[in-house]
Design a protein around this ligand. Structure first.
Ligand SMILES: Nc1ncnc2c1ncn2[C@@H]1O[C@H](COP(=O)(O)OP(=O)(O)OP(=O)(O)O)[C@@H](O)[C@H]1O
Length: 224
C-alpha cells in the first residue's frame, strides 16, 4: 500500500499521577491520491498523531508504516534524510525564518534540499492560488497570521514531498481562503498522487476530504 499507516499506536506522556495517554490503540491509514482529515477537539491528540505519523516523535507502542515499510526501524541520519525528501510538514507555529524574506524562505529549501523541488510553473500556480505573490519581498514580521500560514503551506509544498502533513493549516484563514486551501490540498492529492493528511477542528474542510477520521480523547474512529 502506498501511503502512511498506524497500527495499534499508543502514546503515553509522563508517569504516575501526571500520566496522560494521548493516543489509545490508534489504527489509521492515509492513502496516496487522497485527502485524509482528522477531526477532533483541542487536546484530543491530533498533533501527537501527526508528529508520530511523520517520524518527529516515536510511539510508546505500535507500528508506523510508510509505503508498507516500518518508519521506526529507520534511525538517525537515515530517518532525517527520509523525512527531508518525503514528508512536508505544515506546523501550527509556521516556523518561518524571521530574518529571511518570503522569497528567501524558498531559496532556503533549495539550499537544504538540493533536488526534486517544484518546477517554476507549478510553484507559480501554487503561490498564485495561495495569494502570496505580492508578499514575496516581505519579511515574516510584516505578515498577518493568515499570510504566514499561507507562506508556510507554500514552503511545505515547494519541496514536493510525497506526504504532506498539516496541523490546523486553516486556523488563521477566512472562509474564502479555507475553500481555496482545501481545494489546493485536494488537487495535490488527486493530480500529483500525494497523501495529504490534515488535522483540524475546522469543519469547513470536510467537503473536500476523501476520508474523515474523528479523534476524541486519543481514540480514533472513521466516519462512514
Ligand atoms: N510533550 C508532551 N508532554 C506531556 N503531555 C503532552 C505532550 N504533548 C501532548 N501532551 C498531552 O497529550 C494530549 C494530546 O495533546 P495534542 O497536542 O496531541 O492534542 P491536539 O488535539 O493536537 O490539541 P490542540 O488542538 O490544542 O493542539 C494533551 O492532553 C496534551 O496535554
Amino acid at each position: 500500500m502506498k501511503g502512511l499507516t498506524l497500527e495499534k499506536v499508543n502514546k503515553v506522556f509522563g508517569s504516575g499521577l501526571n500520566q496522560v495517554q494521548a493516543l489509545k490503540d490508534v489504527d489509521f491509514e492515509a492513502k496516496e491520491g487522497e485527502l485524509t482529515l482528522i477531526l477532533g477537539p483541542s487536546g484530543s491528540g491530533k498533533s501527537t498523531l501527526l508528529t508520530i505519523l511523520g517520524g518527529l516523535q516515536q510511539p510508546t507502542s505500535g507500528t508506523v508504516l510508510v509505503n508498507g515499510k516500518r518508519l521506526d526501524s529507520m534511525q538517525g541520519k537515515a530517518a532525517d534524510a527520509f523525512r527531508l525528501s518525503n514528508i512536508g510538514f505544515v506546523l501550527q507555529s509556521y516556523n518561518l525564518v524571521p530574518y529571511l524574506s518570503v522569497e528567501d524562505q524558498f531559496v532556503l529549501v533549495d539550499k537544504v534540499k538540493k533536488e526534486g523541488n517544484l518546477d517554476k510553473k507549478t510553484f507559480d500556480e501554487y503561490i498564485d492560488r495561495l495569494g502570496i505573490k505580492r508578499l514575496l519581498h516581505k519579511f515574516p514580521g510584516e505578515l498577518s497570521g493568515g499570510q504566514s500560514q499561507r507562506v508556510a503551506i507554500a514552503r511545505a509544498l515547494y519541496a514536493d514531498p510525497e506526504f504532506i502533513l498539516a496541523d490546523e493549516p486553516t486556523a488563521a484563514l477566512d472562509s474564502n481562503r479555507v475553500k481555496e486551501v482545501a481545494q489546493l490540498f485536494k488537487d495535490i492529492a488527486e493530480k500529483s498522487g500525494k497523501a495529504v493528511v490534515v488535522v483540524t477542528h475546522d469543519l469547513r474542510l470536510k467537503e473536500q476530504a476523501d476520508k474523515i477520521y474523528h479523534l476524541i480523547d486519543g481514540q480514533i474512529s472513521i466516519e462512514q
